[in-house]
Design a binder for this molecule. Sequence first.
Ligand SMILES: NC(=O)c1ccc[n+]([C@@H]2O[C@H](COP(=O)([O-])OP(=O)(O)OC[C@H]3O[C@@H](n4cnc5c(N)ncnc54)[C@H](OP(=O)(O)O)[C@@H]3O)[C@@H](O)[C@H]2O)c1
Length: 281
Amino acid sequence: MKIFITGADGALGKEMQQILHKNSISYVASDLNQLDIADFKKANETLLKHRPDIILHFAAISNVDYCEENKDLAFHVNALGTYGLAIIARKIGAKILYVSTNFVFDGSEEKSYAEYSQTNPVNEYGKTKLLGEHYIKDICDRSYIVRTSCLFSKYSKTYISKFLVAKDKPSSMNAICDLFVSFTYTVDLAEAIFSIIKTENYGIFHLVNKGFGAWIDFAIKAQELLKFKTIINPTKVEELNLSAPRPRFTPLDSKNYEFLFHKTLRPWEEALKDFLRSFQK
Ligand SMILES: NC(=O)c1ccc[n+]([C@@H]2O[C@H](COP(=O)([O-])OP(=O)(O)OC[C@H]3O[C@@H](n4cnc5c(N)ncnc54)[C@H](OP(=O)(O)O)[C@@H]3O)[C@@H](O)[C@H]2O)c1
């Protein structure tokens, strides 16, 4: 199995490389410096040269507020870039796995979303990622769409991951208390992706750690485990004046993964414990 990864220097890309390396699987790791996925001609040349059996398409502009402020660029990379890769995957006979988001949902109801739930994104990031899903589904017969949510990882650039990894913690921090999500440890996600791509079980999969909460629940649990002194201030999302609107309640329910693979990702609290242990060693 020869694998080509887009977005290989991102949080999930780096984790995936660890898992592939551990399993002695050969792969080509590509990020913006090697290949801009929004450049169709270059993408076509590159993939015709490598001819992978599977494309793990992780590249995206993943900063939700940046997407809101740069709509054209977000559309170009997240939607059109994916469109191009879908066409190329079909042409070279490769499978493709595309990573999407809980932000394809509007979060207006107080219940978890299953794979078949109605999508209705409320921000540009969600709209561009949903377009990517449509391109993949319409063009590639042999495709997997993995929707995930709120990644935490030692490789992540997000505030909470960097905060937890940092040795010196600030005296106080704000943590959102009124948005509810699933959390996902990149190690668990990358392992689940690895088990999916070895099969012909195509379709949409919600892959997140079990349970849900607000970021404040995540921060409080981490504090309980790490015993840091930082004061955690409950903060409403509207106080943060973010550019992009956020859906209020978007936990994901992994029905298809459970049905086909008879397993779930462990509860996020257990994954968090492992994550904290991983950089304390
Ligand atoms: N992080 C989350 O909580 C989350 C939640 C749900 C879904 N997802 C999705 O999961 C996937 C992986 O997320 P992640 O957290 O690993 O994201 P990430 O850390 O931002 O990694 C994405 C990588 O793609 C690169 N990239 C951006 N534009 C590109 C382009 N035009 N061509 C090639 N590479 C490009 C980025 O480079 P730069 O850093 O230089 O931009 C970055 O290295 C993404 O598709 C994201 O939409 C993430």
